[in-house]
Every structure is written in C-alpha cells, then in structure tokens.
Design a binder for this molecule. Structure first.
Ligand code: HEC
Length: 278
C-alpha cells in the first residue's frame, strides 16, 4: 500500500483539525477522499462490508458464510422478544417511531431533551425501564443483541444519514468522539485511527484492520471466533483490550460519542446488520 502525498496531506489535515472544530461535514469529506485514494477499487457503498471491502482474499469465504447466516436464529429470537408484551401489557413497538420497524439508521442521534447521544441499545433499555422491566445486559450476546439484530434486520437497505443538530452540546459530543478516535491509549499506545485509518489494509499479525468508514452499518455482528453476536460497544472494548487499555463500560459517554463520530463518517451507507465477521 502506498500513501501518496495528497492522501497524507488530507489525513494530516484531519488530525490538525482535531480540536479546532472543523465542521463534521468537512471531516467526512476528508475521510471519504482519503479512503477513495487508498482503495480506488472499492466502491463507497461497499464499505458496509468492512474488511471484506478491501481484502478480496477473505471475501469469498465470508460471502459463503453470509449465504447461510449464523445469526438467523438471533433475528428470529429477537423478533419474538420484540413482540412479547411487558408485564404491564405495553410493547417495545410503542417506544419507537414506526413501531420500531426500519429505524436502525436513525440511531445514534443527539437527544436534545436529555442532552446526550442516544444509541439504539440504550433506547431499548430505556423502553424497558419506562415499563417497569429490568435492563438487559449489553454483554455476551443474549436478548439485547437479539432484539438489536432484529431491529437492524428490518432496516436493511435504509441509508445512514446522521444529522448533527445546531446545538453546542451535540457538536461537543461529536468532537469528543473524534478526539477519542485519534488519541493514543493503552500500554501499546495506539489510537483507533492508527489501525482503522493509517494502517488500514496492512496486516497486523493475523488481521487486517478495516477502514473506519462502515463500522456501524452491520451491528450487532456475529463473530465466528466468539460464536455469538457482539454489540458495537463490546467490539470497541475488544479493540481497547487489544492495545491493553482498560475498556469503558458499554453505553457510557465515551463509547456513545465514539459511535456518534464514526456513524457520521458512514453517512450514505446502507444498514446491513446483523453481519458476520471473523
Ligand atoms: C491495534 C490495532 C487496532 C486498534 C488500535 C483498534 N482496532 Fe478496531 N479492529 C482491529 C482489527 C484487527 C479488527 C478486526 C478486523 C476488522 O474487521 O477490522 C478490528 C475491528 C474493529 C471493528 C469491527 C469492524 C467490523 O467491520 O465489524 C470496530 C467497529 C472497531 N475495530 C473499532 C475500533 C475503535 C473504535 C477503536 C478505538 C477505540 C479501535 N477499533 C482500535 C484493530 C484495531
């Protein structure tokens, strides 16, 4: 892989722009141009397929897995859970617009009443709380991942179009997420961007880090290594552990803001969750 001058310039500019409040749209264009130059043979729409959009050697095997998706049972289970009324007789459908169908692409968004980034999984648990039910765990697959998988499934083909409201707190959440993405952490001293921007496509031990664009389209993802669904925040935690940084708790502010930033970078891509990954 070659890094040509204009590429280098573009992404250095992005780094410089951390903290100086370049507009999110300027950032997105820089990301887009950077990856377009790095992988001229990858169509933008294909970034929803993660590492398989840039690594043809692993793509065939992955496509054959997707022909008989290992997460089918999770979608079915998620549908059943979604449609099972709470003890008070209310349903999940009542908490979401359009009865919760085909809306995955609307998450995360900046909730101007709560002044925070709202993710789908947090909204699912808020719905439960409102109805007097215990929250579901964000870890190790289970009902939360299954419900999220079902909701993603009903949204396949819908495009992400995250709009950041003209609200100081929303911009701050975006900037915070972006800063986290570029900050080196852990004993190994890596930032997310080190792997998913600068070293994208270069083999690190047995793995090739995927491009930062497309990271939110297909979650929860069924990881064959784990043999179960993994939520996005669990995946973030996995990457942090890899660089020997203590992971944050799922749905805390750091992860929600990270999700906000990388989702904005994926604007225009289709939801294709749940997906399967190594
Ligand atoms: C040391 C390199 C490294 C660092 C640092 C790193 N990752 Fe990863 N990440 C990987 C590798 C390798 C994979 C597995 C291959 C792939 O799908 O990208 C991965 C996978 C992912 C995935 C799943 C991609 C998919 O298509 O399903 C997400 C999301 C992700 N990383 C986000 C992050 C975030 C956010 C950070 C910073 C908190 C981060 N990563 C830091 C190497 C890294």
């Amino acid at each position: 892989m070659k890094i040509n001058f204009s590429n280098f310039f573009a992404i250095s500019f992005l780094l410089v722009s951390v903290g100086v409040y370049a507009s999110p749209e300027e950032d997105r264009e820089l990301f887009h141009d950077y990856f377009e130059k790095l992988f001229p043979n990858t169509e933008y729409s294909d970034y929803k397929n993660g590492v398989y959009s840039i690594d043809s050697s692993s793509r065939e095997q992955w496509e054959s897995i997707e022909d008989f998706p290992p997460y089918e049972i999770n979608i079915e289970n998620g549908e059943e859970l979604f449609n099972t009324p709470f003890k008070n007789g209310n349903t999940y459908a009542q908490c979401f617009e359009n009865g919760g169908i085909g809306i995955r692409q609307n998450y995360p968004f900046f909730d101007e009443d709560k002044n925070m980034v709202m993710t789908l999984e947090l909204a699912i648990n808020n719905c439960r709380k409102k109805n007097g039910e215990k929250p579901l765990s964000y870890y190790k697959g289970g009902p939360m991942a299954d419900i999220s998988a079902y909701m993603a499934y009903t949204s396949r083909g819908n495009k992400i179009n995250l709009e950041i409201p003209n609200n100081q707190k929303a911009l701050e959440a975006y900037e915070h997420g972006k800063k986290l993405y570029f900050t080196k952490v852990g004993q190994l001293n890596f930032s997310c961007a080190d792997c998913h921007v600068y070293k994208t496509g270069i083999k690190l031990r047995a793995d090739i880090p995927s491009p930062a664009i497309g990271h939110t389209t297909h979650f929860p993802a069924y990881r064959s290594g784990a043999g179960r669904l993994v939520t996005l925040h669990e995946r973030f935690a996995g990457c942090l552990s890899r660089v020997r940084h203590k992971p944050f708790k799922a749905q805390n502010e750091e992860y929600r803001n990270l999700e906000y930033f990388i989702t904005y970078m994926s604007n225009g891509l289709e939801i294709n969750g749940p997906g399967s990954r190594k």
